[in-house]
Design a protein around this ligand. Structure first.
Ligand code: NAI
Length: 464
């Protein structure tokens, strides 16, 4: 195997492997160093297997609650969590193999092992040293973490992370989830559908605290109907970890309460994989928050070393990492890619209904004293949503009053993850809401709710 390449990418997740493919497409000899499976967290223990489980959860819920209404009589419904896990593993493994296939197809060399950086654009993997002629791209991502300070160290039995939750044989009878971000809310949906009594504990005042308050409130209402308890504004004071259960002392707005659960799932952020890279040996600087310091072109503080994905800073999202990957590849090929507009990266939480957004929340518009107009459309008024009995949710558009550009868009809907992209394209291209309305939306579709919310922001809504 050659040990000199134009580009060496450290980490084979969605940031790293996409960067490698694009580098190779642009004529650079490229290698990816990966210590585990190709595809990273996203493919193996993140985005992909969790979506498979969410589909199982969705079907379990639909069969039990809506099948009869759709004219389908079902006998006793038996839920088999291990079968759902098996399906999710198959999907995940297939995807990881798919990344391997892509590496071969694009003639990217895969070096298996943990890489440590060395000065002079070198990487050491085991006893071998590899050299990059143009650049090394660091894309080593993040990993799960506990909160040992309050007694919640991940022990993989009673205190678990998403890494273990994705391999359980059965859903626990009771589950406490710490953190109501994307991970917490998605796993709350999954385990609740498979029979766990779920309590979600969130330190900030509401679930999905980064989303628009109306989205948080809408999803909290749906979860309440499903008997998922969300304790918001709640701090875990202490934890007693036993062999078969965990007892949490929680403080909420001055009052104290106890939550006991068979398992606790930690979903309160992730740790950065920077420790084992020998960054000091090369002189690569970190930010105060611990991310690798980069400039707008994702160059680190040392020439010839770039950084992309989760460890380059928030938002920690696979699609953001992939875009950074292609951006760096274009730069290395001597092109001048347009800057990445970080304000235009959509965010999606795939619980049911899904929560998707782009741009500013209404609170952020207020904080910035922007002159804005809100348009809303509830799914109860959308024919397609009524036909599928999925009327929980809405589309909310925040437009600039003077220029009509989209400041923010927020969707809670069964297919919000798909619907948001019309507005992603609109915002990226600085379309006005009038231009979104000019496009005829097919009937009957959930996307009509987007068109109607746009009209509502102009005072011209038709169907409410
Ligand atoms: P997160 O940072 O999105 O959410 C963690 C939540 O835990 C926050 O709301 C935070 O306020 C809360 N929290 C922190 N400490 C706490 C404490 N001591 N007690 C109670 N609550 C506490 O992190 P999460 O959900 O673990 O996800 C990790 C990363 O992966 C994020 O960047 C997320 O966006 C990304 N991700 C994205 C997904 C998606 O796009 N659908 C799915 C899963 C993860």
């Amino acid at each position: 195997m050659a040990n000199t390449f134009d580009v060496i990418v450290l980490g084979g997740g969605p940031a790293g492997y996409v960067c490698a493919i694009r580098c190779s497409q642009l004529g650079m000899s490229t290698a990816v160093v990966e210590r585990d499976k190709l595809g990273g967290v996203c493919v193996n223990v993140g985005c992909i297997p969790s979506k498979a489980l969410l589909q199982s959860a969705y079907l379990a819920h639909t069969i039990q609650h809506s099948a009869k209404r759709f004219g389908i009589q079902v006998g006793d419904v038996k839920l088999d969590f291990s079968a759902a896990i098996k399906h999710s593993r198959q999907v995940s493994d297939q995807n990881s193999k798919g990344v391997g296939f892509l590496m071969k197809k694009h003639k990217v060399t895969v070096i298996t092992g943990a890489g440590a950086l060395q000065p002079g654009k070198k990487i050491q993997v085991g006893g071998d040293t590899y050299t990059a002629k143009k650049a090394i791209v660091i894309a080593t991502g993040t990993r799960v973490k506990g909160i040992p300070q309050i007694g919640l160290e991940i022990n993989k039995t009673t205190v678990i992370s998403s890494d273990e939750a994705l391999f359980l044989d059965e859903a626990p009878k009771t589950l406490a989830i710490i953190g109501a971000g994307a991970v917490g809310m998605e796993f709350a949906d999954i385990f609740s559908a498979f029979g766990s009594k779920v309590t979600v504990i969130e330190m900030l005042p509401r679930a999905l605290p980064l989303e628009d308050a109306e989205s948080s409130n809408a999803i909290a209402k749906v979860f309440k109907k499903r008997r998922i308890d969300i304790l918001a504004g709640a701090a875990v004071k202490s934890a007693k970890v036993g062999d078969n259960s965990v007892t949490l002392e929680i403080g909420t707005n001055g009052s104290a309460q106890t939550v006991e659960a068979e398992k606790v799932l930690m979903a309160a952020g992730r740790a950065l994989n920077t420790e084992d890279l020998a960054l000091d040996a090369v002189g690569i600087k970190l930010t105060e928050a611990g991310f690798i310091e980069t400039n707008a072109d994702l160059r680190t503080s040392v020439d010839g070393y770039y950084c992309i994905g989760d460890i380059a800073g928030p938002p920690m999202l696979a699609h953001k990492g992939s875009r950074e990957g292609t951006h760096v590849a274009e730069l290395l090929a001597g092109h001048q890619p347009l800057p990445i507009k970080y304000d235009n990266i959509p965010s999606v939480t795939y619980c049911h209904p899904e929560v998707a957004s782009i741009g500013l929340t209404e609170d952020q518009c207020k904080e910035r004293s922007l002159d804005y107009q809100v348009g809303r459309f509830p799914l109860t008024a959308n024919g397609r949503a009524r036909a599928t009995l999925e009327t929980d949710g809405f589309v909310k558009i925040i437009r600039d009053k003077k220029y009509s550009e989209i400041l923010g868009a927020h969707i809670v809907a069964s297919h919000a993850s798909e619907m948001i992209h019309e507005l992603v394209v609109a915002r990226e291209n600085e379309y006005t809401v009038e231009e979104v309305d000019m496009a005829v939306h097919a009937h009957p579709t959930l996307s009509e709710a987007v068109a109607e919310a746009v009209l509502d922001s102009l005072g011209r809504v038709i169907h409410t």
